[in-house]
Design a protein. Structure first.
Length: 171
């Protein structure tokens, strides 16, 4: 196994672990619990899943790395967003199971994109204001997505414990 293969495997295993952690953290929650904001910042577990779908998987891997259009990004609606970015919004008419399926679908597309790219592949659609060294390649982007997903998985752990007492790590 080459060093690149080993690094790719480590990054993809870490990303997959965080994705599974997120899905496990919301598994078994009712629709009402998924829509509940239990922390003072006001986000809901299903809103966090929407953010990981749009602001994580789709933005970083589909748009930045693969160059796909950003036409999925929701318009800001301050009356609905409570000060959060629009990619956290799940409207009342949207089914929570559909939002979770969108996350799973985004993951599947991300996996296709990552499989087709070398770790040194440059982003096809970087943001113009990024310094060249900030996200120079797929490896750096994957690390960013892993850290974001891991951070939010921890947020979901705390939220889940507040909602129903379930603990991911029993200390």
């Amino acid at each position: 196994m080459t060093d690149d293969d080993r690094i790719r495997l480590l990054l993809l295993d870490a990303l997959d672990a965080q994705r599974r952690h997120v899905l496990a953290a919301i598994d078994g929650l009712s629709d009402a619990q998924l829509r509940s904001a239990v922390l003072p910042s006001g986000w809901s577990p299903i809103g966090l899943v929407r953010h990981l779908t749009l602001g994580g998987e789709r933005y970083w891997l589909h748009t930045v790395m693969a160059g796909e259009p950003l036409d999925y990004w929701p318009a800001d609606r301050p009356e609905l967003d409570d000060g959060r970015p629009a990619d956290w919004r799940v409207e009342a008419h949207e089914a929570t199971d559909a939002v979770v399926q969108e996350y799973r679908d985004a993951i599947a597309r991300s996996d296709e994109i990552v499989a087709a790219l070398d770790l040194r592949a440059a982003p096809r659609r970087p943001e113009p204001e990024w310094p060249a060294e900030r996200f120079p390649d797929l490896a750096a982007v994957l690390l960013h997505v892993i850290l974001d997903a891991a951070t939010h998985a921890g947020h979901l752990d705390a939220t889940r414990e507040l909602l129903d007492g379930r603990q991911h790590l029993v200390l």
